[in-house]
Design a protein around this ligand. Sequence first.
Ligand SMILES: [Zn+2]
Ligand SMILES: [Zn+2]
Length: 347
Amino acid sequence: MIVPVILITEAKATGTKCVSAQCERCGAPFEYQITRTAVAHAPSALSFHAQKRARVKLERMLNTEHELVPCPSCQWVNEEAIRQFRKTRHRNMTPLTVLFALVGLVAATFFYFGAINIFDHPPSLREPFFLGVIFATLLICGGRLLWQARLRARIDPNNHAPGVPPTVPAGTPPAVLRSSEGVPVASIPSTSPDVENSAWAIFRAGTLQLPSLCCKCLDPAATQFRWPIIGELRVDVPLCACCARSNMTVLWLNIISPAPVCFLIAWGIAQFVPILDTTAIYTVTGLAAFIFYVAYLGSVIPRIVPCRLQVSDPQRALWKISFKNQDYTALVIHALAEAERTPDVEL
Ligand SMILES: [Zn+2]
Ligand SMILES: [Zn+2]
């Protein structure tokens, strides 16, 4: 029997656009940069189609979406921007709600037309089953929609205005002011860095400039730890020569030493499987040793590397990085905040 397999390609497109805004309260003009990443899927044979769809989606996102940038004069966040921003949040709840609705619809149809005969139920049970499924579907889907609306309504930076500065989402870009000649003259951060309580430095892909100090001991950096590529992002982490050497030694020890141990455990287990001949024992041993080894590396290597790197908000192209040395994370947060205060002449 031939089983057709369709491979799916994922295409991503990331772009930045300068948005001109005007405060709806005091009328002050300002600008900010919006960055978005669009994702599209298509069968592998139509990968060009996925790329095209990702680019079209990105264009639409850049033209219609907003960031919650407070007015640099009065700190007000435009209500229209909040409305649009809310629509783009908690979207990941929608597919499961639609799936529940479809399953409920199919189940209700099944009970109404088919189940009575199949399960030999008396016809009097038809309507209670049908109505029960419809009621449960409405309850689950309605509850999820209400919960989604509630989560979105919580995004309300003007909640305590006026007087209290708005709390905007992490990664909100700074407001940029231009001179009458059109030159950027000031960049006003939308968020103030919470160095004390933040274990993570949040940054936009391409904007991370790490201080050239060793991320483990804060001595001057002499080399870099090349982070394996995660998605499309690669970060070169500064290290001094001493920390780089000890890091490499521990890394290689953990790569090499578990291999014979994994093999011995797998070989021992294979001996206890009664129906195996010699060839099968070798095969099972090799396979089990490989699985143990990969599982070990997967659990240990993230603890050896000097920092953790994760996607923070994929749609807004935000990443977050945390170093084992929390003082270095604080330095990175400060460096990112300082960069936000520098007007970008390329804007
Ligand atoms: Zn204003
Ligand atoms: Zn060091």
